[in-house]
Design a protein around this ligand. Structure first.
Ligand code: SF4
Length: 231
């Protein structure tokens, strides 16, 4: 059996099984590290870097993908760490529409993010896809957290309907060859909508209710009509 690891997090000694991430070790000690792209039921990818912590006073590492190491001292709220988080949040605010991302907005408050700091920066503009009866995809609200891709792939559904599309600043989530959702391998399980932290993926009925469409009209538009039996 592998020896457990003992490290210090914010001055508190924590002993965890080898291989435990810093994020989980902190959680075991009652210390919450902020996350955006991380979801407890999905593979961690360390994409957003909001969970970065100070490890040994020398490097910052993404806590969701970095294993706890014997004897290291981790700081989750040092000045540098907090400044880094603030900048990440400010950059997100400058490029993406976050009005329906309550957790990220709460982090902005907590870390004192100045949402106008990069006001002159280029916005990431993308299409809104209304191509199926179940959900809308508004990639103007997408932060490329990869959660929807993971849940659609090996983490849950094995449908592989979603992936990255484009490159660099213009990278966004898309389908193979840009096909409409009904022409992909999507099975409309809704799990991608459930894990999306920003409202980029939204149930169509919710979107229509928000637009003031009546429940009867929504029913007509989102239900497939049954064919009448003959004779
Ligand atoms: S659509 Fe939502 S879940 Fe998918 S990458 Fe964008 S923000 Fe994340």
């Amino acid at each position: 059996m592998t020896k457990p690891i003992t490290l210090t997090i914010d001055g508190q000694k924590v002993t965890v099984p080898a291989g435990t991430t810093i994020y989980d070790a902190a959680k075991a000690a009652g210390i919450e590290i902020p996350v955006i792209c991380y979801h407890p039921h999905l593979s961690a990818n360390g994409l957003c870097r909001l969970c970065s912590v100070d490890v040994g006073g020398r490097v910052q590492a993404a806590a969701c993908v970095t294993a706890a190491a014997e004897g290291v001292a981790v700081k989750t709220q040092s000045d540098d760490v907090r400044r880094g988080r603030r900048t990440i949040l400010e950059m997100l605010a400058s490029t993406v529409n976050l009005v329906e991302a309550p957790e990220i907005l709460a982090y902005m408050e907590e870390y004192g993010a100045d949402t106008s700091r990069f006001d002159g920066g280029e916005k990431r503009t993308a299409s809104v896809y209304d191509d199926n009866p179940f959900y809308l995809r508004d990639y103007n609200q997408c932060i490329n957290c990869w959660r929807c891709v993971q849940v659609c792939a090996e983490d849950a559904q094995y449908a592989f309907a979603l992936s990255f599309d484009g490159r660099g600043f213009h990278t966004q989530i898309g389908t193979f060859m840009g096909d409409g959702m009904t022409d992909t391998t999507c099975v409309f399980c809704g799990q991608c909508v459930g894990v999306c932290p920003t409202g980029a993926l939204k149930p169509k009925r919710q979107a229509m209710l928000e637009q003031g469409v009546s429940p009867d009209e929504i029913f007509q538009q989102t239900r497939r009509k049954r064919k009448k039996k003959r004779g």
